[in-house]
Each structure stands twice: as structure tokens, then as C-alpha cells.
Design a protein around this ligand. Structure first.
Ligand code: COA
Length: 371
């Protein structure tokens, strides 16, 4: 029996606050014209104090579950891919598991920078295709605005916050990810990094003073690398799937810079209309950019059942990759899952688990003291 991993639900969540190029131009020496011309970006979303990577990820996940009509209890695996995790540990995926009440799920994070969603989607597909799991969530979520030096015009114009989630479910019908290309070139690691806060340079007064906890980037080199790999990896995944480029309805690329997407279109000799582009609205939301662009393409009626599409991305690592995908949703809903009640129950369970842990701690503390 051959199994496939279908994308049966999808959802996004972006912060309410919009930061326009003009807003940034009031903070530093740049202009709306320069940013639009060099990147295509017009505005981006910025996380407010109430937002976090896990809150955005959870909101997107709940929308995706509602779309797939899957109860959080039926989710067996949650993978969050993020370059702005809530903590070094615990995994942001575990926080999401608790927030959405996925009491029966395992949870882990995958870090492959802006290529993370491609990697995570492929990993989840392979676990479903192996028969290990039937239902999983893959989420790309970012609050990169918290890692930006808001005096550095090279980087802070580029990035934005947001999250996108897919539900994947096993089926014997062909569909979902059909082929993949995942690549890395660690020799270019220093071109785009957050140098401090990890074990190489643990956070200290000096690392903070030197701004090493912010994103550092060599924009020109990253640009050169990106324009080389986008078309090449798209062609590689198509050849692995045995598909012709003419069969492709849409290419959904990582949204980093409109000029990079234009270069990919030229490389593949495709009209730019075949590409989904929404970088003007959100900037570069890293791991969230591909699912956000997918959901918007669907909502605009550009994605239909059985369409053959390509997801392609690149990022820090250096890393890059592409997937050939058959789009199969949405699926008809026969009986709606009572989400509100399930989520309320999930909150109660989470609260109960915390209480039991506290009481347990008190009892053990007393026993320990009297022993
Ligand atoms: N506003 C105004 N001027 C700016 C500026 C800004 N925000 N940022 C840089 N400049 C200036 C530079 O200082 C430079 O001035 P100089 O010629 O006097 O030295 C000039 O603009 C050109 O800089 P350059 O770096 O060559 O610009 P560019 O055309 O390469 O565009 C990027 C810069 C960052 C937009 C572009 O290199 C890029 O998109 N790189 C890829 C980044 C990326 O996608 N990262 C995420 C990967 S997942």
C-alpha cells in the first residue's frame, strides 16, 4: 500500500500592526522609493506585546485544523519551523501543542532558517508516507522583528512577522508532496546569522553591547546565492517528479525580495504571472512566507484541486530546497468538529496539569524536607 500526505487544511495569522516603508523612513535614512525599488516591499506586520511566535503559530494552526475539520485531539505530530523560537528550549512546538490542546501529539522544532517550511513539509510528508503517523501539523511562525537592529537599514527593512500552518493527512490517493530537493552549504553560514545567544557566543553584556543578538547579513552575497538556487532547485524537483515545467500551474516561492523572484522567473523562462508574490504586504516572514503566500493564492482562487505546484525557498545556512506538490484540498465537511468546546476543554486540561504539577511539587518538597 502506497501512502501519500495530503494538505487538507491551511491557515495563517499575522499581527495587526502594519509598519509601512514611510514609517521606517521616519526612523532612519531610507525611503519608500528605495525599499520598493530594491525589494518590492511596501509594508510588513510587526508583533505587538500580546503576540509571540507560539501565539501566532497556534492561531494559524487552529485555522488550519478548522479548515481540515480535525480535532486537536487527533493530531499526532506538530512540527514548528522557526528562526525566532520563543526560547532556545523548550521547543516552540510544545508551547503550541499546549495552546491548541493537542493532547495526543508529539512536538518538535525544525531550524532551517527561511527554508524551514520546505524542510518541515518534506519531513512530515515522509513520516506520514512511512505509515508512522496519520495526521500532523506543520507550522512556519516568526517574530523576527524582535531580532532586528532597528538602526540597521540593511536588515530592518526586509523582515516581518506572521505564521502559516498546514494540516497533513494520510491517504492512499496520490497527492501532496511528490518530490523534494533539500540542500545546504554551511560554508556560507556567516552571510546571514544571529551570531550570539547560542553556545558559540553565549549572551553576555558584551554580546548585547556589540549587537550580536541581532540579525547580521551580507545582503549582496545572499542576493547572489538566492538568484542562483531558486530556478535550479525548482528544475531539480520537477525532474525528480517526472513533471514538465509546462504542467505547473503555480510556483510559490519564499517571499524575500521581488527582484529575486523575477530572477527565478527569468531562469525558468516562465511568465511572472505563474508566481505567487505578496512580499509587498508582509516583507520576508521567513518560514511563514510560503504558507502565507499559499493561503492567499487559494483565497484569490489561484489554487485548485489537482493543480501541480512548486514550493521553492532559500535562506540562512546557507540552505535551499524545492518541493513538487499536488494540491488536493479543500475536502467537503460532513459534520463540523465542535472547536470551541474542544479548545475550552484543552485549556482546562492544561490548567489541571499545571495544578497537579504544583501540588505534586509541594508534597514532594515536604517529604524531601522531612526525610
Ligand atoms: N535605504 C537606502 N539606502 C540603502 C539601504 C536602505 N534601506 N540599504 C542599503 N542602502 C544603500 C547602501 O548603503 C549602498 O550605498 P552605497 O552605494 O553608497 O554604499 C546602496 O544602498 C546599495 O547597497 P546594496 O547593498 O548594493 O543594495 P542592493 O541593491 O544589493 O540591495 C538588499 C540591498 C539587502 C535589498 C539586497 O542585497 C537583497 O535583497 N539581498 C538579499 C537579502 C535577503 O533576501 N535576505 C534574506 C534571505 S532569506
Amino acid at each position: 500500500m502506497t501512502l501519500y500526505a495530503h494538505i487538507t487544511g491551511w491557515g495563517i495569522a499575522v499581527p495587526d500592526k502594519i509598519l509601512t516603508n514611510d514609517d521606517i523612513a521616519k526612523m532612519m535614512d531610507t525611503s519608500d522609493e528605495w525599499i520598493r525599488e530594491r525589494t518590492g516591499i511596501q509594508e510588513r506586520r510587526i508583533a505587538g506585546p500580546q503576540d509571540s511566535t507560539s501565539s501566532l503559530a497556534s492561531a494559524a494552526a487552529i485555522r488550519a485544523l478548522e479548515m481540515a475539520n480535525i480535532s486537536p485531539w487527533d493530531v499526532e505530530l506538530i512540527i514548528v519551523t522557526t528562526s525566532s523560537p520563543e526560547y532556545i528550549f523548550p521547543a516552540t512546538a510544545s508551547l503550541v501543542q499546549d495552546r491548541i490542546g493537542a493532547a495526543n501529539a508529539g512536538a518538535l522544532d525544525i531550524l532551517a532558517a527561511c527554508t524551514g517550511f520546505i524542510y518541515a513539509l518534506d519531513m512530515v510528508t515522509q513520516t506520514i508516507r512511512s505509515g508512522a503517523f496519520k495526521t500532523a501539523l506543520v507550522i512556519g511562525a516568526e517574530t523576527l522583528s524582535r531580532f532586528l537592529d532597528w538602526t540597521d537599514r540593511d536588515t530592518c527593512i526586509l523582515f516581518g512577522d506572521g505564521a502559516g500552518a498546514f494540516v497533513l493527512q494520510a491517504s492512499e490517493e496520490p497527492g501532496g508532496v511528490i518530490s523534494s530537493v533539500l540542500r545546504s552549504d554551511g560554508s556560507g553560514g556567516e552571510l546571514l546569522s544571529i551570531p550570539a545567544g547560542g553556545s558559540a557566543q553565549p549572551a553576555s553584556a558584551r554580546t548585547v553591547q556589540d549587537g550580536l543578538h541581532f540579525i547580521h547579513m551580507n545582503g549582496r552575497e545572499v542576493y547572489r546565492f538566492a538568484t542562483k538556487v531558486m530556478a535550479r532547485s525548482s528544475e531539480e524537483t520537477l525532474s525528480k517528479a517526472n513533471w514538465d515545467i509546462k504542467d505547473i500551474s503555480l510556483i510559490i516561492p519564499h517571499q524575500a525580495n521581488k527582484r529575486i523572484i523575477n530572477a527565478a522567473a527569468r531562469g525558468l523562462k516562465l511568465p511572472i504571472e505563474k508566481f505567487v508574490i505578496n512580499v509587498h504586504k508582509y516583507g520576508n516572514t521567513s518560514t511563514a512566507s510560503i504558507p502565507i503566500a499559499t493561503v492567499e493564492a487559494f483565497e484569490e482562487g489561484r489554487l485548485n484541486r489537482n493543480d501541480k505546484i512548486v514550493f521553492v525557498g532559500f535562506g540562512s545556512g546557507l540552505s535551499w530546497g524545492a518541493l513538487s506538490v499536488i494540491w488536493t484540498g479543500p475536502f467537503p465537511i460532513e459534520k463540523a468538529v465542535p472547536f470551541k468546546r474542544l479548545r475550552f476543554l484543552a485549556r482546562l486540561i492544561s490548567w489541571y496539569r499545571r495544578l497537579v504539577r504544583k501540588l505534586d511539587g509541594l508534597i514532594w518538597g515536604r517529604k524531601g524536607n522531612s526525610a
